[in-house]
Design a protein around this ligand. Structure first.
Ligand code: 7GP
Length: 818
């Protein structure tokens, strides 16, 4: 055995505390308690233990005058909390035993928990992984976001279609938050600005808002793994400043009086789904400003209570902007420093620049945020003035650096003057930050070459890469306990605190006995997923089949339809050759489509249509199955990632910034079929070309083909199988005879195909053949599987957070006091 991670001593009070909490917090006696009551009592018991380390951490941070990393994000997709917190505290066995003694099954209680769906997908989940790593590495940190009452919608599949249901994650209450009515701030909206002289007879701008909203802090503790550090995620809930407007109320207009309250409270009501063609703009900008302003005011409060002069703000706080959603922070900090703290512009600007850093998560032009000037003027008049002033000074700098280059000035301006004038939020974030990073090597390079090229020219040193990572606590230890124990037995527990130690597994990759254990664990995980699938969608799958999985948001650039086309080809081959024993495969999909993204919804319908036909075809039998797993979320991910043999990462090269699902699959021993896109490139580098199924055009080839004129129809002409698949769809084969249903999808593919599905098809299909061949040799496959896990160490979010701390935030773990 190598070094073991410290486990806390046993906790004799645990069981008593659960009962006490049942009585004192839930007001129920054991005899009549519902499972929900037991869940709450257990969760409170766990939270109380976290609060002890929370208090200790706060004290340490205060005494050490440490620098705090603040992660500003409109999304935190934290997933279910109980299991992870038990794991981090080392109390799993204790809790299991205690609950058993009380007649309860821990797994059943874990299954009851509703996850807070406070994010859409990759970006929100990344933020959650980073909080986990910050706490585990004992870095002082605060996550700042919004406490949406309704998170990402729940997805039902009805008649093959996605149906959205409101996510009521708070309906049973949540045990994981602490309300802080005393930590609350006012946020202004609308109105106008005027000049005014201050006490020192200086001219100052004053913002006379039309209305104010109050933000109240709701804190969620984030426990580090087996350490005495607990950080916090601070989420803001909006409230009316006054519950009633008494004037209206006294005048008898009760409804007018409550209206203000209702409007104010809508600010934190609902999370916007991304990938919408045109998001409902006004409320979204208001949400962004709301949480940013509360967070920055809170940071100033922390500076004040630690008796630090505001001039030292940037030495005490590092603020990361998670994409442009919080980028109005650049202007808001200026406003707070200049207007409210009477600081000179240049001093305030230097603080702002040293404080912020910006992470970009997408190159897709439709996802780059802009806000029309009329809206900005109307909602945030003072902020717009500040943006103009930042821009004026910035453009002066551009003109000095590139004299006579007015085209460049227009390209770089914070204001897009073409058509309806807009503020470009990515420009604001880039100008106001000392560091700008992409989320995988390729993405950071493309960011420098395309979307932010002029900025990289001007400030080359600002640009860097931090490849994403995922937390091995949730996605390996918690989700795949069987594998985690095998790793402990084989390598000792050292890998748990340093994931690069998984590398030592390579020595066992070819070991027959080890391979047997490996396969047994995987088969077990697959059986668990198969059981759940059979319950959910009534499809029975043999765990021995190859589980070929694509789970992620449904989007054209992610190309679930490429996968679908291959399924149709395979199906048709199996029909033509009833006796052919190709590698039996189960294709599993999961993911949500934005409610307003019609093409994505049609892609779901295509997959469910194929499933309907394939799963019922007696000729196919057990050779192929297709499943759409409804409501893919963090919780379902726990079951899915450890059960995958093959991970589908097939986006058009240059479009997927990084991907993080690819890392979760790899860590659990799946092999990847993928393009050279996002972090796939680095995954392949780590694991070696022999252990990765690569196909498709490179980002450069994609651009070249688009430049020279791409004609998707040409690719269909020369590929009989592809033509046949398309004909089958057109003939209504997967739409119960309805020939019109998929016409928009086919029309789009055959005439535009913006993501080059057809151009990459042949190579994808050929690569899938190599996958099937490789599957025939289980010994070889298992070896590749082990090597994938062994080389996944650098994709731990601990590595990523280490890089942020070192290269961007200059933060570290407080040194122990002597
Ligand atoms: C995603 C990217 O699409 C994905 O490639 C990346 O791994 C993830 O962020 C984390 O960096 N982007 C989003 O989820 C998103 O909402 C719009 O981007 C700004």
């Amino acid at each position: 055995m190598q070094d073991a991670t410290p486990t806390p001593a046993t906790d004799p009070d645990f069981q008593n505390d659960v009962v006490r909490n049942l009585i004192c917090r839930q007001a129920r006696y054991p005899d009549i308690a519902t499972p929900q009551d037991w869940y709450m009592a257990l969760a409170f018991t766990v939270k109380d233990r976290m609060l002890e380390s929370w208090a200790a951490s706060t004290k340490t941070y205060a005494e050490h005058h440490v620098k705090v990393a603040c992660y500003l994000s409109a999304e935190f997709l934290i997933g279910p909390q109980l299991g992870c917190n038990l794991l981090s505290l080392g109390l799993e066995d204790e809790a299991r035993a205690a609950m058993r003694a009380l007649g309860q099954d821990l797994d059943a209680l874990l299954a009851l928990e509703e996850e807070p769906g406070l994010g859409n997908g990759g970006l929100g989940r990344l933020a959650a992984c980073y909080l986990d790593s910050l706490a585990t590495l004992e870095i002082p940190a605060i996550g700042y976001g919004i406490r949406y009452e309704f998170g990402i919608f729940d997805q039902d599949i009805v008649d093959g279609w996605q149906v959205e249901r409101t996510d009521k994650w708070l309906k049973m209450g949540t045990p994981w938050e602490i309300v802080r009515p005393d930590v609350s701030f006012y946020v202004c909206f609308g109105g106008y600005t005027q000049m005014q002289t201050d006490a020192q007879d200086r001219l100052r701008v004053q913002w006379i808002p039309a209305r104010q909203v109050k933000g109240v802090a709701y804190d969620v503790p984030i426990q580090g793994y087996r350490v005495n550090t607990c950080n916090l995620l601070r989420l803001w809930k909006s409230e009316a400043v006054e519950s009633f407007d008494f004037e209206d109320f006294n005048a008898g207009d009760y409804y007018q009086a409550v209206e203000e309250k209702v409007v104010s409270e809508t600010l934190s009501k609902v999370l916007y789904p991304n990938d919408e063609p045109d998001v409902g703009k006004r409320l979204r900008l208001a949400q962004q400003y709301f949480f940013v302003s509360c967070s920055l005011q809170d940071m100033l409060r922390l500076i004040d209570i630690s008796h630090t002069p505001v001039a030292h703000f940037a030495e005490r706080l590092a603020v990361q902007l998670n994409d442009t959603h919080p980028s109005i922070a650049v202007a808001e900090l200026m406003r707070l420093l200049v207007d409210e703290r009477q600081m000179a512009w240049d001093d305030a600007w230097s603080i702002t620049l040293n404080t912020f850093a910006y992470t970009n998560h997408t190159l897709l032009p439709e996802a780059l945020e802009t806000w029309g000037l009329p809206l900005m003027q109307n909602l945030l008049p003072r902020l717009l003035e500040i943006i103009y002033e930042i821009n004026r000074r910035f453009l002066e700098e551009v003109r000095n650096a590139f004299p006579g280059d007015e085209a460049r000035v227009a390209r770089m301006s914070l204001i897009d003057e073409q058509g309806e004038k807009k503020v470009r939020m990515a420009h604001l974030a880039s100008v106001g930050s000392h560091a700008v990073n992409g989320v995988a090597a390729l993405h950071s390079e493309l960011l420098r070459q395309t979307v932010l090229r002029d900025f990289a020219d001007m400030y080359p040193k600002r640009f860097l890469n931090v490849t994403n990572g995922v937390t091995p606590r949730r996605f390996l230890m918690l989700s795949n306990p069987g594998l985690a124990s095998l790793l402990d037995e084989t390598l000792g527990a050292g890998w748990r605190s340093d994931l690069t130690r998984l590398e030592a597994l390579s020595d066992y990759a070819d070991d027959v006995a080890f391979q047997q254990d490996w396969r047994a664990i995987r088969l077990n995980n697959k059986a668990a997923l198969a059981g759940r699938i059979s319950q959910l969608v009534g499809v029975r799958i043999a765990p021995e089949m190859m589980f070929d999985i694509q789970v992620k948001r449904i989007h054209e650039y992610k190309r679930q339809h490429l996968n679908a086309l291959y399924m149709i080809c395979l199906y048709r081959r199996l029909v033509r050759h009833p006796d052919q024993q190709a590698a039996p495969r189960c294709f599993i999909f999961g993911g949500k489509a934005a409610p307003g993204y019609w093409m994505a919804k049609l892609m779901i319908r295509l997959i469910t249509g194929i499933a309907e036909v394939v799963n019922r075809d007696p000729v196919i039998g057990g050779r192929m199955k297709v499943v759409f797993y409804p409501d893919f979320n963090v919780k379902n991910g726990h079951l899915i990632y450890p059960a995958a043999d093959l991970s589908e990462q097939i986006s058009t090269a240059g479009k997927e910034a990084s991907g993080t699902g690819n890392m979760k699959f790899m860590m659990n021993g799946a092999l990847t079929i993928g393009t050279l896109d996002g972090a796939n490139v680095e995954i392949r580098q780590q694991v070696g070309g022999d252990n990765f199924f690569v196909f498709g055009m490179t980002a450069q080839q994609v651009e070249a083909l688009k430049r020279t004129g791409y004609r998707p129809g040409d690719y269909v002409q020369v590929n009989d199988e592809l033509r046949d698949a398309i004909d089958q769809i057109a003939a209504g084969r997967f739409s119960r005879g309805d020939k019109a249903l998929f016409a928009p999808l086919l029309d789009n593919l055959l005439n535009y195909d913006p993501f080059l599905v057809l151009a990459d098809y042949a190579d994808y299909a050929a690569c899938q053949e190599r996958v099937s061949e490789a599957w025939q040799d289980q010994r070889q496959w298992t070896q590749m599987s082990i090597l994938n896990c062994a080389r996944s160490g650098i994709f731990s979010s601990d590595r990523a957070i280490g890089e942020y701390c070192q290269h961007i935030w200059q933060t570290q773990k407080p040194a122990p006091r002597l």
